[in-house]
Design a protein around this ligand. Structure first.
Ligand SMILES: NC(=O)c1ccc[n+]([C@@H]2O[C@H](COP(=O)([O-])OP(=O)(O)OC[C@H]3O[C@@H](n4cnc5c(N)ncnc54)[C@H](O)[C@@H]3O)[C@@H](O)[C@H]2O)c1
Length: 455
């Protein structure tokens, strides 16, 4: 290739590039003018809308005059008029806000004066009982209180709010049949009652291990105080014992005749041995002082109002699944549990209290599942993307738990009725709502739940 040919090619390329560049410049200018026309049209539309609104507002005429005058005619006076009008509107707005606030406050005061709406309770002119529920602000206690209140009894709750919450029973505060006493059961209580459900005691391992000495005091001194009160006023007492009295059982399923396999110096001993002493005390008061006692050995229970952070399987798995976190199974996951829904338990507690059965009675669901199965059920129920992971086992974690409920069936005509999936759905719903709440003022609304048996 000679240099003349290259020069000619270069000149051609330059000429073509210049043409393309000039065409591009023309095109950009043309599109800009189109956009300007569109924006102008939009502004005109918006102005039209503002004018319509202004005509209907208090300072409309002032603005209209200013807006409709040619822009270059907008004199200083007019500008000032517009600004004054604007200020006046701002002022009006502030005044309106103040008035709204005043009205809101008045409305709230008036609402307070309205009589509180309570769930409808039965009226019992002849067989109304005065019932004390210790630990009545807790998970199980609050459901028991609901049932006793709906049945028309006079209910007193004594609770130190260690793990319980006023929120669980707030829907009864102010009802003439209901009384709440902030009281630690380690100290004596002097009231007149016909029946006592003694539930006061932390129930989940993190809670009862938090202060083991206090857990022992609550279950021993507290139980002595309750039994002493029952002796003084002639009340019948139901003691909430636990399947933990069987420890890590060597007999399966556990019947009431089994004496248990408990490590007396293990991390759970404060609770397990505390409850064993509570049972011993109950039968000592029955034998020696003629106190009428009932002993319920409660197995794992779940349902709405259980603690979000109680560290037990149900709440752990549901929370982890709802937050799409890893579902952690302690140990091999082959250890078994049986879970009963809280309304079944409440039904069993009331049946036992009303029965003549003075021996201990297991109250639990005999359908046994492995913890791993349980994790899968919850994961499927909640949905989400959590994975299930096995982690190191916990010390003294019982390997098998399943109640033999023949005694409850035979003497109380009781057995659990709520299927696991139904109860779990309700519990998941409760946890979901709790996680959604951001303000304390979003109260618990109590509606008797007729969708599950025994409620
Ligand atoms: N939930 C279960 O799965 C389960 C299983 C077996 C036994 N139980 C027994 O049932 C009862 C209730 O259990 P829960 O699950 O509702 O537990 P929870 O922790 O929700 O309720 C216990 C209540 O007792 C109160 N309390 C604790 N110590 C107290 C004290 N010294 N004085 C006054 N009040 C005190 C707490 O504030 C709370 O309101 C407990 O006695 C527990 O041992 C429960």
């Amino acid at each position: 290739m000679n240099s003349g040919f290259i020069r000619r090619q270069m000149r051609r390329i330059m000429a073509v590039s210049t043409c393309v560049f000039v065409v591009l410049i023309f095109y950009i200018q043309w599109t800009n003018s189109q956009v300007a026309v569109d924006v102008h049209d939009d502004l005109d539309d918006a102005l039209g809308e503002v004018k319509v609104n202004l005509k209907q507002s208090r300072h409309g005429p002032q603005y209209m005059m200013a807006l409709e005058a040619p822009h270059n005619d907008l004199s200083e006076t007019r500008k000032n008029e517009v600004l004054d009008g604007h200020e006046a509107d701002k002022h009006d707005l502030e005044e309106a806000k103040l008035k709204i606030n005043e009205l809101q406050t008045k409305l709230m005061e008036l609402e307070k004066r309205l009589p509180k709406q309570f769930p409808v309770v039965d009226f019992r002119p002849f067989d109304r009982k005065r019932i004390l529920v210790t630990g009545g602000a807790g998970f199980v206690g609050s459901h028991l209180v609901d049932r006793l209140m709906l049945a028309g009894h006079e209910v007193t709750v004594a609770d130190n709010f260690f793990t319980g919450r006023k929120r669980n029973i707030e829907h009864w505060l102010g009802h003439e049949n209901f009384e709440l006493i902030h009281h630690d059961i380690v100290r004596p209580l002097y009231i007149e009652v016909d029946q006592i459900y003694h539930l006061a005691s932390p129930a989940s391992p993190p809670h009862y291990m938090f202060n083991p000495v206090k857990t022992i005091k609550t279950n021993t001194l507290g139980t002595i105080n309750v039994l002493g009160l029952a002796k003084r006023v002639g009340a019948r007492v139901l003691i909430a014992s636990t399947s933990e009295v069987y420890g890590d059982p060597e007999e399966h399923p556990q019947s009431e005749t089994y004496w248990g396999h408990v490590n007396p110096i293990g991390p759970r001993a404060c609770y397990d041995e505390g409850k064993r002493v509570a049972e011993t005390l109950s039968y000592a008061y029955m034998g020696q002082e003629n106190v009428s006692v009932r002993v319920a050995r409660i197995f794992n229970t779940y349902g709405p109002r259980m603690h979000m952070n109680d560290g037990r399987v149900v709440s752990n798995f549901i929370l982890q699944a709802l937050k799409n976190e890893t579902i952690t199974v302690y140990g091999p996951g082959t250890q078994t549990r049986s879970f009963q829904y809280v309304s079944d338990l409440v039904d069993g507690l009331i049946s036992l209290m009303e029965s003549n059965m003075t021996k201990p009675v297991n109250l639990g669901n005999p359908i046994e599942r492995t913890i791993k199965d349980f994790a899968v059920i919850i994961k499927n129920l909640v949905g989400g993307s959590s994975e299930i992971k096995l982690v190191a086992a916990v010390e003294d974690d019982p390997q098998r738990r399943r109640p033999d409920i023949s005694r409850a069936k035979r003497y109380l005509n009781w057995e659990p009725k709520v299927p696991l999936e139904v109860g779990l759905k309700k519990t998941v719903e409760y946890f979901k709502n709790e996680l959604k709440r951001s303000r304390h003022s979003e109260r618990n609304v109590f509606q008797p739940d007729n969708s599950v048996p025994n409620s």
